[in-house]
Every structure is written in structure tokens, then in C-alpha cells.
Design a protein around this ligand. Structure first.
Ligand code: GLN
Length: 481
């Protein structure tokens, strides 16, 4: 048996049955990381205490102690989520030496569940990007083809999960950063409803859009991580007090009567034909199993990218104002006065994409342009949200491709920001509307994974899970072309 190919829930069972020790599993994982991650570069940092942590788990199991929900399961964490006494660099020079003195709420919860932190994963700088190429510490590669990108910005987490270098990971999603890399790396990624998971301890990109979520090898693992990290948190006023179900209760292979909406705007020109075909094949499979598939329309879809890049950059420019060389993080050595200190710190500390976003965001918020861009974008955001509300009167879930393309080559879009931004065309509107959505594997095209996205109404993650689980079970045989 190849332990590393197990899912988190399978590993958990083996550990509890003492068929494998936690130390053994962690050592296998570290050896695989040592071997494969030199070229993949999914990790920026490995937890030096993880073997000690594993020993404690083994002791607990041996003594018959009460085991946590994820006892002994090694999880990887995106480097914009704070863990006490580990670096949180956001893949930026600006935070290269930043060690947060506290745990994010999701980390507190993971630790309480008995999960082990294996390390921190690579990402686009401050989560700005769709390829992980904007990391200040070098790009991550796609486990299916190392000449290609793993997607982004949670590319390190997705690549680690896809390459069996972790048993589950956390990512963050502002405009697609969990779902698109999950699609590119052949794994499952869930962006929860805005407010479902606490953002406390997530280094902010765009606070009205950011959400933390799981990236896992299968749908059951995603449910289990959601069971651990969800819930209202006093430290995040935007988190919501709504009952959390046991998400694994919805792993039912039965979707008779489920109304599935297929938005015409998401299958129009611009999408790579083989990706579209994989998604359509999966839809036909669930139709055969009794789902009722209907064509729907989300008429404001085409404004999504423009609206997203106005609002996300506006919020980012404001959030990133705190990195000024005074309070924490990088400070230039090259200055004669305070003004120069600010300027050179930010000039040297941020990479090109971060600077582009700060400039763009500052511009759309500046006097004279605020109404024309920021306010207008907010109004269109309301229309995009309304499109979904209308659509969910006719459909229980909406299915679309996750990304318009297969994993692209390193360097292919790096110098062309507009091309890169268009990668978010099917994911960003979901964030603008605050909805939950999951990407799951939809088969392969010439050995590269394609992803399918399932969107549900606010706080109806269980509808996504039912649909995803059914598709996952039907595709077990695999479709490829
Ligand atoms: N690719 C999108 C962007 O560059 C989304 C990033 C994200 O979700 N963090 O903004």
C-alpha cells in the first residue's frame, strides 16, 4: 500500500487502528517532500517540530486516549495564514522575516482537532495571481507536468495535494485562488460562503471577498476539514452564526430531482473546447442519474472581471498600506529621511504585480475617479449578485467549468496581466456574490486535469457536497481524451 496516496480519512482510520504509526506516516511524507519538492517547490517552509508532534499522537493512540477528529493527519497551510512561531511570508520579500505571534482561528481549530501542520505552502505574492509565478521565492510547478503552472494563488497547497505531499491543505480564495489551482492540480477545492469560516489570522488581500477553505484529495476530506474550520468567530465580525451541519452527512450518491443550472455565458466562446467537453460529459452523467439539467442565464457575467479587478485592487491597496517598514516586516537600509524610508521600503519590498495592484487600487479610489470606478463597480456587483439570486429560484446548484483552460506553461502569461486576469473569468463572480463553490476533477485532457465548478446559494455547501460526491463516484472509472 502506498501510504502517501491515501486520503486524510483513510489515513485517520489506519492511524486509529494502529496499522501505521503517525511517525512512520510523517517520515514517509518528509522523505517524499525531500525528493519531489526540489523541483515542484510547493513548500516554502517545513515545520521542524512535526516529528515530535507525531510522537505525541502515537503516544496518545497507544495509551487509548481520546482522539481528535483529525488526529495525526498532516495538513499543509498557505503562507498567508498565521501560525504562531512559523514564518508567514505571503511569498513576499516584505514579510520574509515575519513570524506572527499568534495562530489564525482556523489554525487554532486544526490544532484542537489533532491535525499536524506539515509546513507552509508557496503562493502568488500576497495572493495576487493565477499561476504562483509572482511568488518572490520562485514559482511552484504542476505535478502533472512540471513545465506548467499549478494555478494560483494557492498553487503550493494544490500542488502539494496533487503530488501526495500532504494529506489535505488550506488555501484562500478571493477571486478563484482555491478553485482554479485545485482544477489545475487534479484535486478538490472549496471556497466556503463568505462568513462561514473565520478570516482572523488570514493576511488580508480584499476583505469583502477573502475566504479560507480546504484543498483536498477527495470530497470527503473537504467535508472533514470544513467540519473543523467552519463557524462564527468573535474575532471576525463578518463570520456568521449559522448552524454548521456535519458536512459528511451529505456524502450521498443520490441526486434524483436535483435541479442543475447550466449558465450559457460560461460555455460561450473563449473556453478551450476539450475543457468544455469534460464538463459537459460529467453533466450528462448526473443527468442520467436523475438530475434535472436546465439552461439558465447570468446576464451580468461579462462585467465580472472588470468589477472584480476594481474592487479587489481597491481593497488591496488599502490593506497593503500597513506594510510601511515601521511596524513590522521589511525595512530598506537605503534612506535619508522618513519619506524616503517609506518609498524605498515599499519600492524594494513589493514585487511587480503587488505594485501594479496598489497603483490600480489607489487610482480607482482617488478623488474624481471614485464615483466613476469604485462606486460604479459596487453597483454592478449588486447586479451580479442578483443574477445568482434569480438563477437559484430555478436551480439548486449551478455547474460551470472552473477555468477556461488547462494548466498553461510557465511564462506563458506572466508578462501579460490582462491574459492572467482572464483566468478568473468563471470564479471571480462567485466571490463578488459571496457564494460557496467547489472545484472537483472532471477527468483529463492529454494527461492534464480539467476542473468543474459547482456553485450553491449562501450557506448551502451541503448542496455542493451532494452534487460533487455523486460526480466523483460516477467518474471513478475516469474519463479522458
Ligand atoms: N487570480 C485572482 C487574482 O489575481 C484571484 C486571486 C485570489 O483568489 N487570491 O486576484
Amino acid at each position: 500500500m502506498d501510504i502517501l496516496k491515501l486520503t486524510a480519512w483513510q489515513l485517520k482510520e489506519l492511524l486509529a487502528k494502529k496499522e501505521i504509526s503517525c511517525v512512520e506516516a510523517v517520515k514517509l511524507l518528509l522523505a517524499a517532500i525531500e525528493k519531489k519538492d526540489k523541483s515542484l517547490h510547493s513548500y516554502l517552509y517545513l515545520n521542524p517540530g512535526v516529528i515530535e508532534d507525531a510522537k505525541k499522537v502515537d503516544k496518545k493512540i497507544a495509551s487509548g486516549g481520546r482522539l481528535g477528529y483529525l488526529e495525526g493527519v498532516p495538513v499543509a497551510v498557505k503562507d498567508n495564514i498565521c501560525i504562531k512561531n512559523m514564518p508567514a511570508t505571503c511569498a513576499s520579500r516584505m514579510l520574509e522575516n515575519f513570524y506572527p505571534p499568534y495562530d489564525a482561528t482556523v489554525i487554532e481549530k486544526l490544532k484542537q482537532s489533532g491535525a499536524l501542520i506539515i509546513g507552509k505552502t508557496n503562493m502568488d505574492e500576497f495572493a495576487f495571481g493565477s499561476s504562483t509565478e509572482s511568488s518572490a521565492f520562485g514559482p511552484t510547478r504542476n505535478p502533472f507536468d512540471e513545465m506548467r503552472v499549478p494555478g494560483g494563488s494557492s498553487g503550493g497547497s494544490a500542488s502539494a495535494a496533487g503530488a501526495n505531499l500532504c494529506f489535505g491543505a488550506l488555501g484562500s480564495d478571493t477571486g478563484g485562488s482555491i478553485r482554479q489551482p485545485a482544477a489545475f492540480c487534479g484535486v478538490v477545492g472549496l471556497k466556503p460562503t463568505y462568513g462561514r469560516v473565520s478570516r482572523y489570522g488570514l493576511i488580508a488581500f480584499a476583505s469583502s471577498l477573502d475566504q479560507i477553505g480546504p484543498i483536498t484529495k477527495d470530497v470527503r476530506d473537504a467535508c472533514m476539514l470544513m467540519n473543523v474550520i467552519s463557524g462564527r468567530d468573535e474575532k471576525d465580525s463578518t463570520s456568521v452564526e449559522i448552524k454548521i451541519p456535519d458536512y459528511t452527512d451529505f456524502l450521498k450518491d443520490d441526486i434524483k430531482g436535483l435541479r442543475v443550472g447550466i449558465p450559457e455565458e460560461y460555455f460561450a466562446s473563449g473556453i478551450e473546447e476539450p475543457v468544455k467537453n469534460r464538463v459537459m460529459e460529467a453533466i450528462r452523467l448526473i443527468e442520467k442519474q436523475g438530475a434535472e439539467v436546465k439552461r439558465i442565464s447570468l446576464p451580468h457575467t461579462k462585467y465580472g472581471i472588470a468589477v472584480y479587478y476594481i474592487l479587489a485592487t481597491a481593497e488591496a491597496s488599502s490593506n497593503l498600506a500597513r506594510f510601511d517598514g515601521v511596524k513590522y516586516g521589511f525595512r530598506t537600509g537605503n534612506y535619508k529621511n522618513l519619506r524616503e524610508m517609506y518609498m524605498n521600503t515599499r519600492g524594494e519590498g513589493f514585487g511587480a504585480e503587488a505594485k501594479r495592484r496598489i497603483i490600480l487600487g489607489t487610482y480607482v479610489l482617488s478623488s474624481g475617479y471614485y464615483d466613476a470606478y469604485y462606486i460604479k463597480a459596487q453597483k454592478v456587483r449588486a447586479l451580479i449578485r442578483k443574477d445568482f439570486t434569480e438563477a437559484f429560484k430555478e436551480a439548486d446548484v449551478i455547474i460551470t467549468p472552473t477555468a477556461p483552460e488547462l494548466p498553461f506553461k510557465l511564462g506563458e502569461k506572466k508578462e501579460d496581466p490582462i491574459k492572467m486576469y482572464l483566468s478568473d473569468i468563471f470564479t471571480a463572480n462567485v466571490n463578488l456574490a459571496g457564494l460557496p463553490a467547489m472545484s472537483i476533477p472532471a477527468g483529463f485532457v492529454s494527461s492534464l486535469p480539467a476542473g468543474l465548478q459547482i456553485i450553491a446559494p449562501h450557506f448551502r455547501e451541503e448542496k455542493i457536497i451532494e452534487t460533487a460526491y455523486t460526480i466523483e463516484q460516477s467518474l471513478k472509472g475516469g474519463i479522458s481524451g
